[in-house]
Write a protein that binds this ligand. Structure first.
Ligand SMILES: *[C@@H]1O[C@H](CO)[C@@H](O)[C@H](O)[C@H]1NC(C)=O
Ligand SMILES: *[C@@H]1O[C@H](CO)[C@@H](O)[C@H](O)[C@H]1NC(C)=O
Ligand SMILES: *[C@@H]1O[C@H](CO)[C@@H](O)[C@H](O)[C@H]1NC(C)=O
Ligand SMILES: *[C@@H]1O[C@H](CO)[C@@H](O)[C@H](O)[C@H]1NC(C)=O
Ligand SMILES: *[C@@H]1O[C@H](CO)[C@@H](O)[C@H](O)[C@H]1NC(C)=O
Ligand SMILES: *[C@@H]1O[C@H](CO)[C@@H](O)[C@H](O)[C@H]1NC(C)=O
Length: 346
């Protein structure tokens, strides 16, 4: 019996694609989370390394762990690193001394990984396999080991085509049952897959978070997000893909470029949401999310085919730990109906 596939896109960084409309969606003018000073009053970890470790990261480990800690992270690997960062008062992740503090732990982990027997059984794999899914983790196109031209809009779509083609060649996988689960910026790419890939796979994408439209509407959101939950400055991370001499010059250029980026990247302006055959889409967003505001999910409900949405309270970006059970439940219902839909197409 072939098993279903869950492709998980995990990422914080973005890569750029393109298009032409510059329409303003009405819902992007003010944000549920409030203005910059209201958001800043809740988060104290910016430029304070002690607050970053003690108030933001450490409690997330205790949660199970939660963003930005991944499932396989071990708090005892991080403690000595942050003790040292705090002792040396290295407050910014963009400080060149910052990555050096991670090297001893990184090298020790590589050595113990090389010495350990090879196994398929990661914690995350077991979690999904228990639920009957194989899973592929795919980095955001244009980052890490995921090749894509940062400024080519069709580039991520070609990445998904090659992933889907590969899935189709695997006898142990059921390529009629593919779900794209986009996390954070991955949500944007999950949403791009929804309208464009139905002809290739009977896919059922779900996205949480993303920068589908409102995030790109002017500098206002970026200034709010820079003071919010994101571990560092969100706009400084986004701007790394923009050419420029210094980080600050790139950041300025990125912020000035937002209208142009919006016309190319916005799912609303590009018209991708209007594709008639788009696959079922579930949007999950934390209502108080200060990285990708809930408005960025809400605006999508104004366009294209009907979508499912769940906005959760009492969570963290990107809606966890409430989001995963919602997404699994929705996926199970959808999988149960997929074969029937395919018969109708046949
Ligand atoms: C741009 O958006 C406006 C308003 O939604 C719409 O009337 C127009 O057709 C769109 N243009 C393109 C090229 O999609
Ligand atoms: C932010 O919002 C609060 C509450 O509505 C308001 O008192 C404050 O003046 C606003 N600050 C700015 C800079 O707009
Ligand atoms: C930095 O954060 C720590 C821990 O929350 C806090 O005790 C300290 O007062 C903060 N320092 C500054 C300068 O805000
Ligand atoms: C975390 O790391 C410590 C120290 O290396 C180790 O003793 C412990 O077993 C690890 N915990 C997990 C869950 O892997
Ligand atoms: C730590 O560094 C920050 C800026 O990077 C500075 O404002 C602060 O005074 C420093 N604290 C100490 C104790 O040196
Ligand atoms: C990993 O999984 C594959 C496919 O199920 C299996 O063929 C292979 O033997 C496994 N490798 C290990 C080391 O368990």
């Amino acid at each position: 019996m072939p098993i279903s596939i869950l492709a998980v896109l995990v990422a914080i960084f973005v890569s750029f694609s393109c298009c032409q409309n510059d329409s303003e969606a009405s819902s992007c003018t003010s944000f549920h989370v409030g203005n910059k000073s209201e958001v800043a009053s809740q988060y104290h970890h910016h430029n304070n390394i002690s607050a970053f470790w003690n108030d933001l990261l450490k409690p997330r480990f205790a949660l199970g762990p939660a963003y930005p800690i991944n499932y396989e992270a071990n708090t005892s690997d991080f403690s000595p690193i942050f003790d040292s960062l705090i002792r040396k008062n290295i407050t910014s992740a963009f400080d060149e001394r910052w990555p050096l503090e991670f090297l001893p732990t990184l090298n020790a982990l590589i050595s113990s990984a090389n010495a350990a027997p090879i196994t398929n059984a990661s914690l995350a794999s077991n979690l999904y396999l228990r639920n009957g899914y194989a899973h592929l983790i795919v980095e955001i196109p244009g980052t890490g080991a995921s090749p894509a031209l940062p400024r080519d809009p069709a580039s991520p779509d070609r990445v998904w085509t090659s992933v889907l083609d590969w899935i189709a060649t695997q006898p142990s996988l059921d390529s009629r049952k593919v779900v794209f689960w986009g996390v954070s910026t991955g949500g944007y790419y999950g949403m791009r897959v929804s309208p464009t890939r139905i002809a290739i796979a009977s896919s059922a994408p779900s996205g949480n978070g993303g920068w589908s439209h409102c995030t790109l509407t002017g500098k206002k959101w970026m200034h709010i997000a820079d003071a919010g939950e994101y571990p560092t400055s969100l706009s400084t991370n986004f701007c790394v893909k923009i050419p420029g001499t210094t980080l600050e010059a790139r950041r300025t250029r990125f912020l000035d470029d937002l209208p142009r980026l919006k016309s190319r990247f916005s799912l609303v302006d590009s018209g991708v949401l209007e594709e008639a055959d788009s696959a079922p889409l579930l949007l999950v967003n934390w209502i108080e999310d200060t990285i990708f505001q809930v408005e960025d999910s809400m605006v999508l409900l104004e366009f294209g085919r009907l979508k499912s949405a769940r906005f959760v309270r009492g969570a963290h970006h990107p809606g966890e730990p409430a989001a995963t059970p919602v997404i699994f439940r929705w996926t199970e219902n959808l999988m149960a109906s997929v074969s029937q839909c395919l018969c109708m197409v046949c």
